[in-house]
Design a protein around this ligand. Structure first.
Ligand code: KIV
Length: 276
């Protein structure tokens, strides 16, 4: 069953957690979809997690479209969300143009970072029937990769709660809460009608998102995340074993090769001799 925005809103109403993972490639998209994830999310974290960039601000529309198309080929049922990269939504016109490029390459919705200042863009995209996911709290494109927790003072909590309400009123269909105190995330979740998706935002959001690398054990472990596999270690072991096997004549073995029939080989050898 194709999961659309109505399905995701239904989950919020029924108190069923919404599951979200970032995804950057076709095989992982196939697995996430088959496992039943609700939202497959092509995040701009592709830059630091896959492309070797130092910062999310290096990610371009070309990068995002390339990875979106790969992921699209692997997704059948999940809602497919894509990130607007840095400076790709500087004004309403640019945001609408870029969001339409994402939709024509198969995205179901577009996420953009920023607080109340993004209300005009969310309004404009909504007027074009483009489903928007807002993203408040820690915004890597704005704050950099060093993530401090937001919502620890009265003024900051108030600003986050007001931003979430304004973005929802402007038409956002989902909102990511990143690195926000659990209590403030809970207040936002209870006061907006749209599903909140938390990352480092505690237990009371309507859903959770993690970066797939953190789930698989690629790279360092963060406090907000949980490892479900030791990819780095297992992959290093596999590569080292392959090197050992090739260097020691253990790979390939007879069962990895294809032979020519003896009579045909004999003909080849006879011909070779006659040529010399
Ligand atoms: O790009 C990203 O990984 C994000 C996180 C919120 C998951 O935006």
């Amino acid at each position: 069953m194709k999961k659309d925005i109505a399905y995701l809103h239904g989950k919020k109403r029924e108190g069923q957690p919404i599951t979200v993972l970032t995804c950057y490639d076709y095989p992982t998209a196939c697995l996430q979809d088959e496992a039943g994830i609700d939202i497959v999310f092509v995040g701009d974290s592709v830059g630091t997690n896959i492309l070797g960039y130092k910062s999310e601000t290096e990610v371009t529309m070309v990068d995002m479209l390339h990875h979106l198309r790969a992921v699209r080929r692997g997704v059948t049922d999940a809602y497919l969300l894509v990130d607007m990269p840095y400076a790709a939504d500087r004004d309403v016109k640019q945001a609408v143009t870029n969001a339409k490029l994402f939709l024509s390459d198969g995205a179901d919705g577009v996420k953009l970072e920023g607080g109340i200042e993004k209300v005009p863009i969310v309004t404009a995209l909504t007027e074009q029937d483009i489903e928007v996911c807002a993203h408040i709290g820690h915004n890597p494109q704005i704050h950099g990769s060093k993530a401090a927790t937001h919502g620890k003072t009265f003024a900051k909590a108030k600003r986050l709660i007001e931003a979430a309400a304004a973005l929802a009123d402007a038409g956002a269909k989902l909102i990511v809460l990143e690195k926000i105190t659990e209590e403030v995330s809970q207040i936002i979740t209870e006061t907006v009608d749209i599903p909140t998706i938390g990352i480092g935002a505690g237990r009371y959001c309507d859903g959770q998102v993690l970066v797939i690398n953190d789930v698989l054990g690629i790279g360092p472990l963060f406090k907000h995340a949980r490892r479900y596999q030791d990819y780095d270690h297992l992959t290093f072991e596999a590569i080292s074993q392959y090197i050992y096997d090739v260097e020691n004549g253990e790979f390939p073995r007879d069962d990895n090769v294809v032979h020519i029939a003896p009579d045909k080989l004999a003909r080849v050898q006879k011909w070779l001799k006659s040529e010399r």
